[in-house]
Write a protein that binds this ligand. Structure first.
Ligand code: MD6
Ligand code: FE
Length: 205
């Protein structure tokens, strides 16, 4: 299955609008429990800047960034404890979304959780710190609407804008796995959360 963006077939990209809608409140509550153990923090970049989205993780490892680079770590650098376990609902949601998108057998081992306050953004990047690029990435959006930027195989490619609403799921993999992508500065909006969460499930180890 593939999405059509502005009339162009995009192999490997699949949008599942509202796929997580029924679980919105349960997922938000679980994020709160994870953050009680592994708090959201804004990470340093190798260049010395700071990411504007705050992050935490659950699962067998977590994505971290600091002056030494980007990587997955099995423990939270703040607590030196393992990251919180991935809740069963997260695992099921990600597996079902991947299956529906044409990637059966996806079993994520990590979940990166991003929290955007209004004004926060994510510059165009590739997700390339995972060991297994044959596995897709499943992305779940909650809270305020965002504009997803879908670029191309190089940073120079002009990005298309894709609106994402609370409960939307996007899956990509295969030929799209290393596509440049990002999030435009988040705008305030009517959603009760007042911010946006994004969960990305990956096969990282
Ligand atoms: C976000 N997402 O939606 C940022 N990466 O807040 C990502 O960077 C991302 O959504 C890989 C796959 C799916 C994603
Ligand atoms: Fe990404």
């Amino acid at each position: 299955m593939s999405a059509t963006l502005f009339g162009v077939e995009t192999p490997g990209l699949c949008q599942l609008p509202g796929f997580a809608r029924a679980h919105e409140n349960a997922v938000i509550a679980l994020i709160g429990a994870i953050a009680a153990q592994a708090p959201f923090r804004t990470m340093l970049t190798p260049g010395g800047g700071r990411l504007s989205a705050a992050m935490t993780n659950c699962g067998q490892a977590g994505w971290v960034s600091d002056r030494r680079g980007y990587r997955y770590e099995r423990t939270d650098p703040l607590s030196r404890q393992p990251w919180p376990a991935m809740p069963g609902l997260f695992q099921t949601l990600a597996q079902n979304a991947a299956h529906q998108a044409g990637f059966p057998g996806f079993t994520p081992d990590v979940c990166l959780i991003n929290r955007y306050e209004p004004g926060a953004k994510m510059a165009l990047h590739q997700d390339r710190d995972e060991a297994d690029f044959t596995a897709p990435i499943v992305s779940v959006s909650l809270g305020l609407a965002a504009t997803f930027l879908w670029g191309g195989p190089t940073r120079a490619a002009k990005a298309q804008k894709l609106p994402l609403f609370s409960g939307d799921v996007v899956v990509w993999g295969g030929p799209a796995r290393l596509t440049f992508h990002g999030i435009a500065p988040l705008k305030p909006g009517p959603h009760k959360l007042g911010l946006r969460y994004n969960l990305t499930f990956r096969r990282a180890l």
